[in-house]
Design a protein around this ligand. Structure first.
Ligand code: ARG
Length: 473
């Protein structure tokens, strides 16, 4: 194996050790970041007079050539190298000779890998955010079309009060909106440049860390150099953000699975987003939603794995930290796929408005409104609650809904019930009167939709999401 070290060793590394130690199999994903970081490091060395301008130019040309060739497949990234950093440096020396040996001046693989990972995660933060923005767009269009689509709202999975599909989708809009702002918050903390921290204690060369930070689009260099090479907090935060996204997707999936069942029939999945059974010809299964729900475990696993890896590591860099990569890469791939597929499923789904309304009409979802009606007639709410409780009990015995009772039956239970009750407890009335901020009443909902539109158009125009209150400068 081609290694960057070996001078103080008297025999070659055991083959199994090489295999165990090497990370190229997975860190080859960091090629672009590694080269971008090296270009900035070389430019800074040149600017500081540590390299001549010819040497800097040669190194830079060599690095760009490696990136081009490796990305086009002309230069395969093979496992004869220990990691991506060794691959790049060895190939640079092959290309430009001894000048290539000067690139690593004032640098360690410890600050190098810390830099590569931060840059990679920064890029992926933007990728996840872009997928979330698409999903928010899909949610928003469903909301716009369904401010009057009545469905039952549930608590304890029992029908509770009528609401609308727009309102239900709006709840998910809020979850994914928070996810977007969390990613933007995470990016702020990760966007500091560790390059120049060296192995752990900086270096004796007059490096300009602010210059490399600026070249690589970081807000500033990291501070303490020991922390710089051993901090993976930003990655844990990012995995936490992904875990929350998956938790939200998983709850949503669970609802789609329920709604798609014979018992609910609130939705019909598109044939392109469902699968069949090998034995039961009638089946049309919600496999995408089930897989999203299932894969949530993998992403939580990545978060737990890294938290556990980090918990016992003494300062500064230790090789344990190499374990951050596979789990993080897998969690990123999984989350991106899940958001993407989930959105496709949601875009092609058919909402069965008739079934939703029918379901809302059973199960006494208007009982609160019947109590509110009595409050309007001057009865204290607690007493009204008890009256409607007796009313519901009577209805259950008669196998009727409240609005199916005659005025005589109603008045036998309480004399304050009048003929205007029937309109007061129509599902449409129940919903339209709920106009407090955040409630499903179509006018309140329009207000929310306008706010969601403003958020999304700021996102899509590249303006950062609303900062968290504590972060406002
Ligand atoms: N492959 C290593 C990692 O991912 C790179 C850093 C190696 N540094 C070292 N001192 N061995 O963490």
């Amino acid at each position: 194996m081609a290694q960057l070290w070996g001078g103080r060793f008297t025999k070659p590394t055991d083959e199994l050790v090489n295999e165990f130690n090497a990370s190229i199999r997975f860190d080859k994903r960091l090629l672009r970041e590694d080269i971008e970081g090296s270009l900035a490091h070389a430019a800074m060395l040149g600017r500081q007079g540590i390299l001549t301008s010819e040497e800097t130019a040669q190194i830079s040309e060599g690095l760009r050539g490696i990136l081009l060739d490796a990305e086009s497949g002309r230069l395969p990234i093979t496992e004869e190298y220990e990691d991506i950093h060794s691959f790049v440096e060895a190939n640079l020396i092959l290309r430009i000779g001894d000048t290539g040996k000067k690139l690593h001046t004032g640098r360690s693989r410890n600050d190098q890998v810390a830099l590569d990972m931060r840059m990679y995660i920064r890029r992926e933060t933007a990728a996840v955010r872009a997928e979330l923005d698409e999903l928010l767009g899909t949610l928003l269009s469903i909301m716009r079309q369904n401010t009057e689509t009545i469905m039952p709202g549930f608590t304890h999975l029992q029908k509770a009060q009528p609401t609308t599909l727009a309102h239900h989708m709006g709840a998910y809009f809020e979850m994914f909106r928070r996810d977007v702002t969390r990613l933007s918050d995470c990016r702020k903390r990760l966007n500091e440049c560790p390059l120049g921290a060296g192995a752990l204690a900086g270096t004796t060369y007059p490096l300009d860390r602010s210059y490399t930070a600026e070249l690589l689009d970081f807000d500033r260099p990291t501070r303490n150099s020991m922390d710089s090479v051993s901090d993976r907090d930003y990655l844990i935060e990012f995995l936490n953000d992904l875990s929350l996204i998956m938790m939200h997707l998983s709850r949503f999936s669970e609802e789609i699975i329920l709604w798609n069942s014979n018992e609910y029939q609130f939705v019909e999945l598109d044939d392109a987003y469902s699968t069949g059974s090998s034995i039961m010809p009638q089946k049309k299964n919600p496999d995408i939603a089930e897989l999203v729900r299932g894969k949530t475990g993998r992403v939580y696993g990545a978060l737990m794995s890294l938290l556990t890896t980090m918990k016992g590591i003494p300062l500064a860099y230790d090789k344990d930290m190499q374990e951050d990569k596979e789990v993080a890469f897998d969690a990123i791939d999984t989350t991106l796929h899940c958001i993407h597929l989930f959105r496709g499923m949601l875009e092609t789904i058919t909402f069965r408005k008739d079934m939703m309304r029918r379901s809302a009409a059973r199960g006494f979802t208007n009982a609160t409104d019947a109590a509110d009606y009595l409050v309007g007639k001057g009865i204290p709410f607690r007493d009204a609650h008890a009256v409607v409780g007796r009313l519901v009990l009577y209805c259950i015995g008669q196998n009727k809904s409240i609005e199916e009772l005659s005025l005589e039956e109603l008045q036998a239970i309480h004399p304050s019930f009048g003929p205007d009750l029937y309109d007061a407890i129509r599902l449409e009335t129940c919903v339209s009167k709920r106009l407090t901020t955040g409630a499903p009443g179509p006018e309140a909902m329009q207000e929310e939709i306008r706010e969601c539109e403003a958020f999304l158009s700021a996102e899509q125009s590249g303006n950062p999401a609303e900062p968290l209150a504590g972060d406002r400068k």
